[in-house]
Design a protein around this ligand. Structure first.
Ligand SMILES: Cc1cc2nc3c(=O)[nH]c(=O)nc-3n(C[C@H](O)[C@H](O)[C@H](O)COP(=O)(O)OP(=O)(O)OC[C@H]3O[C@@H](n4cnc5c(N)ncnc54)[C@H](O)[C@@H]3O)c2cc1C
Ligand SMILES: *[C@@H]1O[C@H](CO)[C@@H](O)[C@H](O)[C@H]1NC(C)=O
Ligand SMILES: *[C@@H]1O[C@H](CO)[C@@H](O)[C@H](O)[C@H]1NC(C)=O
Ligand SMILES: *[C@@H]1O[C@H](CO)[C@@H](O)[C@H](O)[C@H]1NC(C)=O
Ligand SMILES: *[C@@H]1O[C@H](CO)[C@@H](O)[C@H](O)[C@H]1NC(C)=O
Ligand SMILES: *[C@@H]1O[C@H](CO)[C@@H](O)[C@H](O)[C@H]1NC(C)=O
Ligand SMILES: *[C@@H]1O[C@H](CO)[C@@H](O)[C@H](O)[C@H]1NC(C)=O
Length: 532
């Protein structure tokens, strides 16, 4: 929720640009001088420094932005973007931003739902990890070192190049960055069988607030725990993660079947809630719900059962017949393929060349607002119909609910094993999303109000005390935020307990130890105890 404060920085910025003489502008110049000097000291080229005067500044800034909403509400742009190719350049950026009191933001894939990796209320610089994206795979030990500027698409492509039976469990969208995704959790189509990305991190390389490069051993188990789900931002800049890869069958099976209200979608979705978290963990039945035009032109609800089975179709059909006959899945609905092809399928790129996974700018750009919830008790059938009414209040295909099943391997970990706390007891996670185009942006508030109304309607059907939320689906609505980036306990404890449950206390404690001055911060970062 923005307060009137968001207007203030705009005038301030305009003032700085016009007068060129305020202390904030001087600070920027000092920072740049400091950075240039540090780069010279380490023999670094200045071609990884972009200021608004460089012709490619705008394209670099925009390259990984997928949600236009945050930046459109926040006119302030970074006055420097650094695209390091060496760790020494990150150390230089930390040193100079500390010295001159400039906020530093780090961006990997740029997919943050609220744009916190590239917007700020105070003058700031961005360290963009795009050039640090090497991936090295050890097919004997089944491990990989992955630099955080890599995308999920690059990771999946690189693994598949090396082996037909190795894979990794993480998100669906190929342009999501490893840096934000792994450090905040990482749910995907194999999570019921293999857990989330953060469950598989076995080492990391991080640069701390003192500019020290640390690995698991030298950072200690507390800090290593924090960056596996607690978000990277609060604790340092993660340069690379080492993960344990997973072993998969050479052939997997996918399907995506649609049921409309006329095809008993309500009953089937209701029934799904009793099956999705308990069925064979090789099977993940993800469910997408949208208001659509039916073939006769009438509004209806489309329920899309988008699923991955880690095995052959002949083994899948009997499981579905026994546990979920209501869906009426038949062999003809299913396609067998290698795992890497299933990545293309779920990303909507079926039939295209695998190289598309290396394209970091492929997916569409729009205005978007998202939210999340966890469901512990099935939602009654009659209440599902009220949700359909909400979906029908928006244009067809504009709003979407995703029901992502939990259970299986996710439940094998205790809530405090890593900061990601959403374990046993959750049937599924709801992702609420609404999107619109540039032309429709004048009506953005209408869509935002709609999703907030739906969210408050859903309160009675979802987890309580706290009403949990998924950190990677960042939502600034939960917990009022201090616009100066100074997160006080009262504000932070609202979202802190929702994202991390009781792990929030340990995160604050660790923050206090490793970054007591709150150097690494954003509008929703873990505050040190000194700010409680
Ligand atoms: C289209 C789309 C699809 C998605 N699909 C899924 C999905 O299937 N499953 C799922 O779990 N999530 C999904 N997400 C959510 C995604 O996991 C989060 O948005 C994630 O934080 C994105 O990471 P990023 O590096 O791309 O984002 P960024 O915007 O670069 O970073 C996100 C946050 O992490 C911080 N950060 C980034 N890199 C580093 C680093 N190297 N060190 C320290 N801090 C860092 C940033 O400062 C920022 O606060 C999706 C998001 C989008 C937009
Ligand atoms: C940006 O401009 C400065 C000053 O001309 C130059 O030194 C630097 O190399 C440029 N950066 C890039 C990425 O070209
Ligand atoms: C919907 O359910 C009813 C009652 O169970 C059944 O008779 C009908 O055949 C179903 N319709 C479809 C399209 O499956
Ligand atoms: C859905 O139907 C309405 C009314 O017939 C029409 O105006 C609209 O363009 C259709 N939308 C899509 C996406 O087909
Ligand atoms: C599943 O089908 C729906 C409806 O046709 C479509 O919108 C969606 O993109 C499909 N999903 C995948 C992963 O193919
Ligand atoms: C990536 O995809 C976009 C959009 O389709 C296209 O314009 C661009 O050329 C592609 N980039 C590469 C490197 O193939
Ligand atoms: C944050 O705000 C509190 C209370 O407003 C203030 O006492 C504290 O000094 C601030 N901290 C920082 C780091 O700005």
């Amino acid at each position: 929720m923005q307060t009137s404060g968001s207007i203030f920085p705009f005038f301030l910025l305009a003032f700085i640009l016009v007068s060129g003489a305020s202390s904030a502008a001087d600070k920027n110049i000092d920072f740049l001088e400091c950075l240039t000097l540090q780069f010279q000291k380490s023999n670094s080229e200045s071609d990884s420094i972009y200021t608004p005067q460089n012709a490619s500044y705008s394209s670099v800034l925009q390259s990984s932005i997928r949600n236009l909403r945050p930046a459109s509400n926040s006119p302030r742009r970074p006055f420097v973007i650094i695209t390091p190719e060496h760790e020494s350049q990150i150390q230089a950026a930390i040193y100079c931003s500390k010295k001159h009191g400039i906020q530093l933001k780090v961006r990997s894939g740029g997919h943050d739902y609220e744009g916190l990796s590239y917007i700020s209320e105070t003058p700031f610089v961005i360290v963009d990890m795009r050039n640090l994206r090497s991936i090295s795979i050890d097919t004997e030990k089944n491990t990989a070192w992955i630099q955080t500027g890599a995308t999920l698409g690059e990771l999946y492509y690189t693994i598949a190049e090396k082996s037909k039976t190795l894979a990794f469990t993480a998100g669906v969208c190929p342009t999501v960055g490893v840096g934000g995704h792994f450090s905040g959790g990482g749910y995907g189509m194999m999570s019921r069988k293999h857990g989330i990305a953060a469950d598989h991190i076995i080492d990391a390389k991080l640069i701390d607030a003192n500019g020290q490069i640390r690995d698991r051993e030298s950072m200690g188990e507390d800090l290593f725990w924090a960056i596996r789900g607690g978000g990277g931002t609060s604790f340092g800049i993660v340069v690379a993660f080492k993960v344990k890869l997973i072993v998969i069958p050479e052939t997997v099976t996918v399907f995506n079947v649609t049921r409309t209200l006329e095809q008993n979608a309500t009953q089937i979705v209701h029934r799904w809630q009793y099956v999705a978290d308990k069925i064979d963990e090789n099977l993940l039945l993800r469910l997408f719900l949208r208001s659509i035009n039916s073939s006769n032109g009438k509004r209806t609800i489309g329920a899309f059962f988008t699923s991955l089975y880690l095995g052959r179709v002949d083994d899948l059909i009997p499981i579905m017949q026994e546990k979920f006959p209501e869906l009426g899945l038949v062999k003809e609905d299913c396609t067998e393929m290698p795992w890497i092809e299933s990545i293309l399928f779920f990303a909507g790129f079926q039939g295209e060349s695998q190289d598309i996974l290396l394209n970091r700018t492929r997916d569409s750009i729009r205005y978007f607002k998202g939210k999340s919830d966890y469901v512990k008790q099935p939602i009654p059938e009659s209440r599902l119909k009220n949700i359909w009414k909400f979906l029908n209040q928006e244009d067809v295909n504009r709003a979407e609910l995703q029901f992502s099943p939990y259970g299986g391997r996710i439940d094998d970990f205790s809530e405090s094993e890593i900061p990601f706390p959403h374990r046993s007891g959750n049937i599924f996670m709801i992702h609420y999303g609404v999107g619109w185009s540039q032309e429709e942006n004048a009506k953005s508030q209408r869509h935002i109000n709609w999703i907030r109304r739906l969210y408050s309607f859903m309160a009675r059907y979802v987890s309580k005390s706290p009403r949990a939320a998924y950190f990677n689906y960042r939502d600034l609505d939960i917990g009022m935020n201090n616009i100066k980036g100074n997160t006080s306990y009262r504000q932070a404890s609202v979202w802190g307990f929702k994202y991390f449950k009781n792990n929030f206390r340990r995160l604050v404690h660790i923050k206090n130890k490793v970054d007591p001055t709150n150097f690494f911060r954003n509008e929703q970062s873990v505050p040190p105890e000194s700010l409680w």
